[in-house]
Design a protein around this ligand. Structure first.
Ligand SMILES: [Cu+2]
Length: 144
């Protein structure tokens, strides 16, 4: 009996490191292709400007589009056409407003971040803007 228990314990001890090793090995190859698969684009907001004011995205390509607001005031991102009927995930600390056609706009607080994960469904040139009163901020996202 004692011998059997000892063998079982030995088997468990042997099994645990083997599993965690294979788990680590499984994670590393998975992490790399995800980073390559997802296109990551960042737009900085500074001095009431979207920088750069022209970004290129790709049709049918998983994308993370980030906006950092470096100003000390609120800004918004209004991009109805780009997000029309598109499934998306909104992250960060902005306040999102959705309408029947999808994401209407997001308000980004000072030093705030907006992160939109989506897959551009249509090619074209999509202008977007900040609709805060007095802000003359407009920029373009091209999907090809
Ligand atoms: Cu603004």
């Amino acid at each position: 009996m004692k011998g059997t228990l000892g063998l079982m314990c030995l088997a468990l001890v042997l099994a645990i490191p083997t599993r965690s090793l294979s788990g680590d090995a499984g994670q590393a190859p998975n992490a790399l292709p995800t980073e390559i698969e997802v296109e990551s684009i960042t737009v900085e907001i500074r001095g009431r400007m979207f920088i750069p004011n022209h970004v290129l995205l790709h049709h049918d390509q998983k994308t993370v589009l980030r906006f950092f607001n470096h100003d000390t005031e609120l800004h918004t991102v209004v991009a109805k056409e780009l997000f029309f009927g598109v499934n998306l995930n909104v992250g960060g600390n902005g306040a999102s407003e959705f309408g029947p056609d999808g994401l209407k706009r997001v308000i980004i607080p000072p030093e705030g971040l907006l992160e939109i994960q989506f897959t551009p469904a249509r090619t074209g040139t999509f202008s977007y803007l900040c609709d805060m009163p007095g802000h003359d901020m407009q920029a373009v996202i091209v999907v090809e």
